[in-house]
Design a protein around this ligand. Structure first.
Ligand SMILES: N[C@@H](CCC(=O)N[C@@H](CSO)C(=O)NCC(=O)O)C(=O)O
Length: 219
C-alpha cells in the first residue's frame, strides 16, 4: 500500500518550511493542508493535542509533531534518498547540536528584532548578530553545514534566510558585511529547488511581516 502523507502547515512558518524542504529533498508526494491558526481545524487539534501547533506530519494516519522531529522522522523513514543526517554517530550528534542551537536561538531573537520596541531592539540585534557569527564560524569554508551535503542544520536554518532583509531593515544591520559566508551559504541553498520553491521572496515576506506587525501591535 502506498504511503499516505499529509502535512498540516501554515505557509509563512519557518518551522513548516523545514518539513516542506525535507519532503522535497526526498521527493515525497504529500497532501498539503493550510491551517488558519486563528481557527484551528479539528484535525490539527486531534493530531497535535498537546501543543496545537503546526507543522504536523501525518504518515498513514499517525501524527509526528515538532519540525526537527519531523525532519529526522522523514530522514529515517525515507533513508535511501538524500540523507539529511550523517550515518556516523559522532557527526550526527554534532549536527543535532547545531540544529538545536538554531532552534533555541534564532526564532526567538528573530521575533524580538521583528516586534520589539526601539529600546529592546539593539540588544536583540546584537544577540542575533552574535548567533549569526557563531554559525558563520561553524560553517567556515564548507559549502553546507553538513560538510559538502545539505543536511539537517541547513534545513533548520535556511527558512530564516527569508527574514534577512527584515533583519537588515529593522535592525539597521548588514548581515553580508558581518557574515559574508553565511549570506553566500543562503544564496547557495536557494539554488536548490527544494529551498527555492519553499521560501518566499525576501521583499514580499518583509511586507507581510510589517503588515502582521501592525496587526499584532494593534491588539
Ligand atoms: N517548536 C515548534 C514550533 C512550531 C510553531 O511555533 N508553530 C506556530 C506557527 S509558526 O510560528 C504555531 O503553530 N502557532 C500556533 C499556536 O502556537 O497556537 C516546531 O519546531 O515545530
Amino acid at each position: 500500500m502506498a504511503d499516505e502523507v499529509i502535512l498540516l502547515d501554515f505557509w509563512p512558518s519557518p518551522f513548516g518550511m523545514r518539513a516542506r524542504i525535507a519532503l522535497a529533498e526526498k521527493g515525497i508526494e504529500y497532501e498539503y493542508k493550510e491551517e488558519n491558526l486563528s481557527d484551528k481545524s479539528p484535525l490539527l487539534l486531534k493530531m497535535n493535542p498537546v501543543k496545537k501547533q503546526i507543522p504536523v506530519l501525518i504518515h498513514n494516519g499517525k501524527p509526528v509533531c515538532e519540525s526537527l522531529i519531523i525532519v529526522r522522522y522523514i530522514d529515517e523513514v525515507w533513508k535511501c534518498i538524500s540523507p539529511l543526517l550523517p550515518s556516523d554517530s559522532y557527526q550526527r550528534a554534532h549536527a543535532m547540536f547545531w540544529a538545536d542551537y538554531v532552534d533555541k536561538k534564532i526564532y526567538s531573537l528573530a521575533r524580538q528584532v521583528w516586534l520589539s520596541s526601539v529600546e529592546e531592539h539593539e540588544a536583540a540585534n546584537d544577540e542575533l548578530m552574535g548567533c549569526f557569527k557563531q554559525l558563520e564560524g561553524e560553517l567556515g569554508d564548507k559549502a553546507y553545514f553538513g560538510n559538502d551535503t545539505f543536511g539537517i542544520v541547513d534545513v533548520a536554518l535556511i527558512p530564516f534566510y527569508s527574514w534577512f532583509y527584515m533583519f537588515e531593515q529593522c535592525g539597521n544591520m548588514s548581515i553580508e558585511a558581518e557574515c559574508p559566508k553565511l549570506v553566500a551559504w543562503g544564496k547557495r541553498c536557494m539554488e536548490k529547488e527544494s529551498v527555492s520553491k519553499t521560501l518566499p521572496d525576501q521583499h514580499k515576506f518583509y511586507d507581510l511581516l510589517m503588515d502582521l506587525k501592525k496587526k499584532i501591535l494593534a491588539k
